[in-house]
Design a protein around this ligand. Structure first.
Ligand code: XIL
Length: 350
């Protein structure tokens, strides 16, 4: 995949603990063969990397960065400021009250300069802020927002830039096809730039499913971000083949086992469901290839289907089929199709 996409965008994947430690040898083989970009699925988030105020865990992140360097793979950092997988001490005092604005700023600065500074010159770019904006365009009521208001975002970008002036800086979020979110992100890009702050790209997570997103809206967002003057990155691409929601009572009333309804393919994906999945993957990849003048990286959220977080989200213990390599690390037909599409589909020239 990475060779086929050369000159268009990097092809990335997220590495889990077993891959970072080299225990998942089959997974690591696939990474070397098909991907030229990596990101940590978890180990660089604030909770795992900075569990206590005076303690950092750099073991796994150091290995990930070294693996990238040894294999000529671009490494990006995920993520500096996020309300989830965030240690409590970061935003709360011991008595459970929110930290003061001054204290939070000092903690953010210390965290960002330590983490970014450690990998200065070795990590190409950072997801500086993750998931700060809601679909309706309002700001998420996270502790960061409660304490600092919208200001926490420019501050995070400023601290990251100070720690590594050469690193690219990204704003990353999910459901980027939502109009309200799109508009606020465009406004945010303008506000950061007006203050002379660096922002290089917007990361569109791109967790997709059989009924979302509406591809026309997804494409509109790519175009809106590009028009705002930044690059676009597809940062956490996957395509769930499973139903996203159901009304338990209706199913029970209809004599359908709700557990089975939510986990319909525990053994394998039937041909018809696979074809529907393949078709949506093709549509998504086609859009990305057409926009490859603006898109600089397409990263899948995991290597093989067995690694995917979607096996446990939004419902625990399911069997999903969201990635391009199956549970036996075999390339699905979408991989060959993607390679073909790289030859067939020209980029829309701006
Ligand atoms: C997920 C990981 O894949 C899981 O292993 C973890 O338990 C929870 O986080 N948005 C993000 C990612 O930005 O960091 C999340 O990753 C998926 C949603």
């Amino acid at each position: 995949m990475k060779d086929a996409a050369k000159g268009r965008f990097l092809i990335g994947t997220a590495l889990n603990e077993a891959q970072i430690r080299g225990l998942d040898t089959a997974g690591v083989r696939v990474v070397r063969e098909h991907f030229n970009a990596i990101v940590a699925e978890n180990c660089m988030k604030s909770q795992p990397i900075h569990p206590q105020r005076d303690r950092y865990n750099f073991d796994a992140p150091d290995r990930l960065v070294a693996f990238g360097e040894q294999n000529g793979i671009t490494v990006t950092g995920h993520t500096l400021i996020w309300h989830s997988q965030l240690p409590r001490w970061f935003v709360y005092n011991d008595d459970g009250t929110l930290r003061s604005a001054e204290e939070l700023k000092a903690i953010m600065k210390e965290h960002i300069s330590t983490v970014v500074g450690r990998y200065k010159g070795r990590i190409k770019g950072w997801d500086v802020v993750n998931e700060a904006i809601m679909e309706d365009g309002s700001y998420r009521r996270s502790p960061f927002y409660e304490i600092l208001g919208e200001e926490f975002i420019p501050l995070a970008f400023q601290y990251a830039h100070e720690a590594d002036p050469d690193a690219e800086l990204y704003y990353n979020d999910y459901n980027m096809w939502a109009e309200g979110k799109r508009n606020t992100v465009v406004r945010l890009i303008g506000e950061l730039r007006e203050r002379g702050l660096r922002i290089d790209a917007v990361g569109m997570q791109s967790h997709m499913g059989m009924n979302h997103p509406d591809f026309a809206e997804y494409e509109k967002s790519i175009e809106a971000f590009a028009a705002a003057g930044v690059k676009v990155m597809v940062t956490e691409f996957d395509m769930s083949a499973l139903p996203t929601s159901y009304v338990g009572a209706d199913l029970a009333g209809g004599g359908i086992d709700p557990a089975r309804a939510m986990n319909p393919y525990p053994d394998s994906l039937p041909a018809e469901a696979y074809e529907a999945w393949h078709k949506r993957m093709e549509q998504a990849l086609e859009i990305m290839l057409r926009h490859s003048d603006d898109i600089t990286r397409v990263t899948f959220w995991g290597v093989s289907d067995s690694d995917s977080w979607l096996n446990n989200f939004p419902v625990r213990g399911r069997t999903d089929y969201a990635l391009t390599f199956d549970r036996g690390h075999r390339a699905k037909p979408i991989v060959a199709r993607f390679i073909e599409m790289c030859r067939e589909i020209p980029a829309d020239k701006k």
